[in-house]
Design a protein around this ligand. Structure first.
Ligand code: NAP
Ligand code: G4F
Length: 346
């Protein structure tokens, strides 16, 4: 009998990779999407006819109850969140509503509608913040450094509390940074790989960045969604750190990405004080030993392979080799502008 999964955040990077994985395992996939005046389905366009989308919002508890009543899931993956750290200083209350209280709303809906389902919460290495030990493990204390990190710590503990209070199968994956060609353009990896490709193609001249000394444990999103699924297949609920165990600076990432297209970064990269954060997470590196031991999970993609994959995808997208969604939008806008100019010249 095929299983049914309910995924919040299905339009995001991880949601789209997780949906790909679940479909490959013959799941019936329900994805929750927010109502928007323009559709935002680029990352799930290729599987649009194989999944069922239900409108709902983490802010609206009644929509979560109705969505779960309709989907009747065996597994719930809560990937939806306000996930961009700098925005969390500008919109701390909204971030708390989505990223923290949204978890409680979904857990309460699960308790009311399908208490026997299994629940995955997308916890984050941002909770470690000003790190208390290196590398970070499942038992390292939290010291978050942004409203986002604080909200994630709430989501983490409310999930643990639901497990301990109501005996729910509710677990958190503490995932370190994971990236892909589907990563949002504002995150540092994608900002850099896209700029390297655009500069190589003569479409952009410079790249403004913030703190080049920050270090992250970067992995590939496609590998990490497999760990989420494995966590829900265990006999007993348990939280896991998911990481590569290696750390690199933003500066190293810049050098690698630019070298892959044979461009000198020093001629193009500028530091902007506006991109320095009010409080920084200087160093993240995770210890995935528990996941290796108990989930038989390990990352398949190296940092070098990841950067190469992302630069290549951005280069192909921008050069039109495999015309991607972002390039198509840019070209459509250019066509509209040139038609408008031609009309006003008449
Ligand atoms: P993402 O690309 O930013 O996707 C976020 C998703 O959440 C989008 O589908 C978005 O929908 C949805 N969403 C936001 N607010 C919502 C709301 N109020 N109601 C319903 N849906 C809402 O994030 P990601 O990189 O895939 O990350 C997935 C999850 O893992 C997030 O919770 C993130 O915080 C967490 N995480 C990510 C990483 C990482 O390195 N990627 C590491 C650790 C933890 P729209 O398309 O409508 O905006
Ligand atoms: O790519 P980032 O914006 O990711 P960050 O803040 O580590 O958060 C991501 O990973 C978390 C897991 O640890 C997730 F929970 C979260 O949802 C998100 O996916 O920034 C990485 C580093 C930071 O130290 C930042 O200061 O890059 C530095 N950085 C330097 N210049 C920059 C820039 N970050 C961005 N976004 N843009 C810059 O121009």
């Amino acid at each position: 009998m095929p299983k049914t999964a309910f995924v919040t955040g299905i339009t995001g990077q991880d949601g789209s990779y997780l949906a790909d994985l679940l479909l490959s395992k013959d799941y019936h996939v329900f994805g929750m999407v927010r109502r928007s005046s323009t559709e935002n389905f680029a990352r799930i366009e290729h599987i649009r006819d194989r999944i069922t989308l239900i409108q709902g919002d983490l802010l609206d508890a009644s929509s979560l109850i109705k969505a779960l009543e309709r989907a009747k899931p065996d597994e719930i993956y809560n990937l939806a969140a306000q996930s961009f750290v700098p925005t969390s200083w500008d919109q701390p209350i909204l971030t708390g509503e989505f990223t923290a209280l949204g978890v409680t709303r979904l857990l309460e809906a699960m308790r009311a509608v399908c208490p026997d389902a299994r629940f995955y919460q997308a916890s984050s290495s941002e909770m470690f913040g000003k790190v208390r030990e290196v590398p970070q493990t499942e038992t390292t204390p939290f010291h978050p450094r942004s409203p986002y990190g604080v909200a994630k710590a709430y989501g983490h503990y409310i999930t643990l509390n639901a497990r301990e209070s109501y005996d729910l199968f509710a677990v958190s994956g503490i995932l370190f940074n994971h990236e892909s060609p589907r990563r949002g353009l504002e995150f540092v990896t994608r900002k850099i790989t896209r700029a390297a490709a655009a500069i190589k193609l003569g479409l952009q001249d410079s790249l403004e960045l913030g703190n080049l000394d920050a270090r992250r444990d970067w992995g590939f999103a496609g590998d990490y969604v497999d760990a989420m699924w494995r966590m829900l297949q265990q006999d007993a609920p348990q939280d896991y750190v998911i990481a590569t165990g290696s750390t690199h600076s933003v500066r190293t990432l810049v050098n690698l990405a630019f070298a892959s297209v044979d461009v000198n970064p020093e001629a193009h990269v500028r530091i902007s004080a506006a991109l320095i954060r009010p409080a920084e997470v200087d160093l993240l590196v995770g210890d995935p030993s528990r996941a290796k031991r108990e989930l038989a999970w390990s990352p398949n993609t190296s940092f070098e392979q990841l950067v190469e994959m992302m630069v290549r995808a951005d280069y192909d997208d921008l050069s039109g080799t495999h015309l991607g969604a972002t390039a198509r939008q840019t070209r459509t806008l250019k066509t509209i502008k040139s038609r408008r100019n031609a009309l006003s010249a008449k």
